[in-house]
Structures are given as structure tokens and as C-alpha cells.
Design a protein around this ligand. Structure first.
Ligand code: ZN
Length: 401
């Protein structure tokens, strides 16, 4: 049996009075999800927690059955892989924001006025090398980019992902000097050269003609690189080795593409898949359907339910769920395919953040229960019961046999 895993990011939620005390999923008209529920089983997934609240990257690893305590690389590597950078073992990757700082390095805007055109700035930073370490930058989107530190001799461990963020995550305060997270020589070395790089980059950026022009136009200059989420690239067992499955990944957001790629999935490109509410849902579901001809496992990630909930937009979340539902019609009668619909974590619209409440899940194509509608409440009564996120893949594979 083939497997189609659809992850609706941040799907689960709490009841909301403006939705007549229903959750966005419960309030949404979802005939197709309900069809899958009726012809399958449902239940609840307990999110994997390292910190107080679930994080998308860690949750996805758990969802794929990779213990985050062993396999989590840090956010930087996934973002870098998703942005299309070819990574080498031993590289250190970080997320980057083009930002605006004052003369004394206080953060004025963490996104440099949401600058879009960063290509000339990235070009100006090309080729910087410090003590044998190359610094490679690639744009991901808007003001965001990724940074790779690469030692010239491959395979030699000279760099460490154990360095703290430079991004203070607040405005009005000074950018942070990069500090090593442990006492190792490599962490200290990495922090030192990263500080040197950021200083050089600041000098280049603040004098760049594009920024001079922006200032003359009254726009914020993108004169500083705020870095965070450092992590080292290392080999981890690929999906194929671990499960014997040929896997394809369909996603709009760089993070999710990166997770798929690092786990050895092939990226299936879909025009207009962007991780936003106007993403090409039709194209994604179609790509999933076609992908199943070639692959045993398709991971299809849909982002915007999470971002809408983080904006407190529960009406938008409900509508987006309805939009997803409409597009599922074409896969209702897929033969010999196990369809799973779930989330990486719940996102509570009223709290405007990820929350630790259990995640609804449906598995269609193997067993059956008597639940009529896909919702958090009904999933409590489902035949699947309550399952730990880290054990989910094992369960799925059992059903797919
Ligand atoms: Zn998420």
C-alpha cells in the first residue's frame, strides 16, 4: 500500500466563542475530510515536546519517527537545505534576517522594512573568507536568507553549531555578539570568525549603493545580518534506509522542504506553492496524486492554517481548512493508498501561538470507525485512540501493510 501524509500545519485548535464555541476545524464545512474519516479511523496525537511549546521542525522529525533528541540539527540546516543550498557534512548553517541597525548597532527593524530586493547585497557579500572558512549566503524569501560556514577541507571538524544567536529578537536593543554555547575550541573558533564576518558584512552593507539609495528614498537600509538557529550538517539515516520507502516531499515553505531533503526525500516542485493562504492547493494535491505513481510515500505540507492562527485569524483558518477540503475531492477514491491527514502541532488562534493540545488525525484506507465528522472532539472517540507522535510512523506502516 502507498502512503499519502498530508500535514496541515497548526490544524488543531480550541473552541472559540465567535465560532459558536467550535474550533476552526469543527466549524469548517469539510465533506471530503469527513468522507475520509468515515472510511477510516481517527484519533489524537500527543505532540512531541522538548520545550514548553511544540516547534514545527522538532515536531516534524517526531512525526517522521526520528527522535529529535538524536537527530535534530537546529533550524539553520533545514532552512538552508530548503533554500536550495547544497550542504556538506561539517558545514554550519544559520538563518539570516536582513535588518536595520543604528550607528551604535541597536536594532531599528528586524526585517529592514521587509526588504524584497536583497540580491545585490548578497552579491556584494560573496566570496568572504576568514581563516580558511568560506561564508555562503543564499536568499530564501523577502528579507530572509541563509548563511553557511564551510571549512575548506571537507570532513575536518573545525566548526561547531553550538553558538548562540546574534538576533536579540527585539528592537531598541543592541545586536548580540555571537557567543559559544560550550567551552570547546571549535565553538569558540566559530563564534570568533562569525563575529568577524558580521562586522565585515555590516561595513559592506552600510556603504552599499542600494542602501544609500534606500536611505535617500526614506526607506530603511538593510545594513546588518541578524543570525540565529545555528546547526551543523551531519549525515542522518535517510527515509529509504530507515523505512525502505521512496519518498517525495511537496511543500511551499523552505523549512519543510529542507526537512524533507535532509531526510532524503525528493522535492516535487509545484508552481505557486508558497506557504501562504493563496498557495496553489490544487497543484499540490495534484502533484501528490501523480507522485504516488512513482513514490511509496508522499509528504504534502500545507502551511497557512498555522500562520493564520498565529495572526489570531480564526475565521481565516476555518476558511482555509474549507479550501483545503475542496481540493481533497480528487484523492477520495485513490486505490491501494493509505491517506493520513494530521498536523505537526496545534496552533491556538486565541493565544496566537503553537500550543500543546493534542492533534487530530485521520487515517483512511485500512480500518474503519463510526465517526462522521473530522474534528478535535470527535477524534477523541476515534478507533485510533491517543498516540504519541514519535510512535506514529510505526503505526502508519502497520496499517499500510
Ligand atoms: Zn508547524
Amino acid at each position: 500500500m502507498k502512503i499519502l501524509l498530508i500535514v496541515i500545519d497548526g490544524l488543531g485548535d480550541r473552541p472559540i466563542s465567535q465560532l459558536r464555541n467550535k474550533t476552526p476545524l469543527e466549524a469548517a464545512k469539510t465533506p471530503n475530510l469527513d468522507f475520509l474519516t468515515k472510511n477510516g479511523i481517527c484519533g489524537l496525537v500527543e505532540p512531541y515536546l522538548i520545550n514548553e511549546r511544540p516547534e514545527s521542525d522538532i515536531s516534524h522529525l517526531a512525526l517522521f519517527g526520528y527522535d529529535p533528541k538524536i537527530y535534530y540539527l537546529g533550524r539553520g540546516p533545514y532552512e538552508a537545505a530548503g533554500a536550495g543550498l547544497k550542504l556538506r557534512e561539517g558545514d554550519v548553517a544559520l538563518r539570516v534576517n536582513f535588518a536595520t541597525v543604528s550607528k551604535n548597532l541597536k536594532v531599528i527593524d528586524r526585517r529592514a522594512g521587509r526588504i524584497e530586493k536583497t540580491e545585490p547585497l548578497i552579491l556584494a557579500l560573496k566570496g568572504l573568507e576568514i581563516e580558511g572558512v568560506k561564508f555562503l549566503i543564499k536568499k530564501s524569501y523577502g528579507h530572509r536568507a541563509v548563511l553557511i560556514l564551510r571549512y575548506s577541507t571537507p570532513g575536518v571538524k573545525y566548526l561547531s553549531g553550538k553558538v548562540l544567536d546574534g538576533d536579540p529578537r527585539r528592537i531598541g536593543v543592541k545586536v548580540k555578539k555571537i557567543l559559544p554555547l560550550d567551552n570547546s575550541k571549535v565553538a569558540k573558533f566559530t563564534a570568533k570568525i562569525l563575529n568577524e564576518f558580521l562586522k565585515k558584512a555590516h561595513l559592506i552593507l552600510k556603504n552599499h549603493p542600494l542602501n544609500k539609495r534606500r536611505e535617500a528614498q526614506g526607506l530603511l537600509p538593510a545594513n546588518y545580518l541578524l543570525v540565529r538557529g545555528a546547526g551543523e550538517i551531519r549525515e542522518i539515516p535517510k527515509f529509504k534506509e530507515k523505512y525502505g520507502l521512496r519518498a517525495g516531499c511537496i511543500a511551499g515553505g523552505a523549512l519543510y522542504k529542507g526537512i524533507g531533503k535532509i531526510l532524503g526525500m525528493d522535492l516535487l516542485k509545484v508552481k505557486g506553492a508558497n506557504g501562504f493562504p493563496n498557495t496553489n492547493l490544487r497543484g499540490k494535491i495534484l502533484a501528490a496524486k501523480n507522485g504516488l505513481k512513482k513514490y511509496n510515500f508522499i509528504f504534502c505540507h500545507i502551511k497557512a492554517a498555522d500562520s493564520l492562527a498565529e495572526d489570531g485569524n480564526f475565521f481565516g483558518k476555518k476558511e482555509f481548512i474549507e479550501k483545503i477540503d475542496k481540493n481533497l475531492k480528487s484523492i477520495l477514491n485513490l486505490k491501494d493508498t493509505l491517506i493520513i491527514v494530521t498536523a505537526d502541532h496545534s496552533t491556538c488562534s486565541l493565544l496566537r501561538r503553537h500550543c500543546r493540545i493534542s492533534i487530530p488525525i485521520l487515517i483512511s484506507g485500512a480500518d474503519k470507525n463510526t465517526v462522521e465528522k473530522f474534528s478535535e472532539k470527535n477524534c477523541r472517540k476515534g478507533k485510533l485512540g491517543k498516540i504519541k507522535q514519535i510512535n506514529l510512523m510505526t503505526k502508519i506502516l502497520k496499517y499500510a501493510k
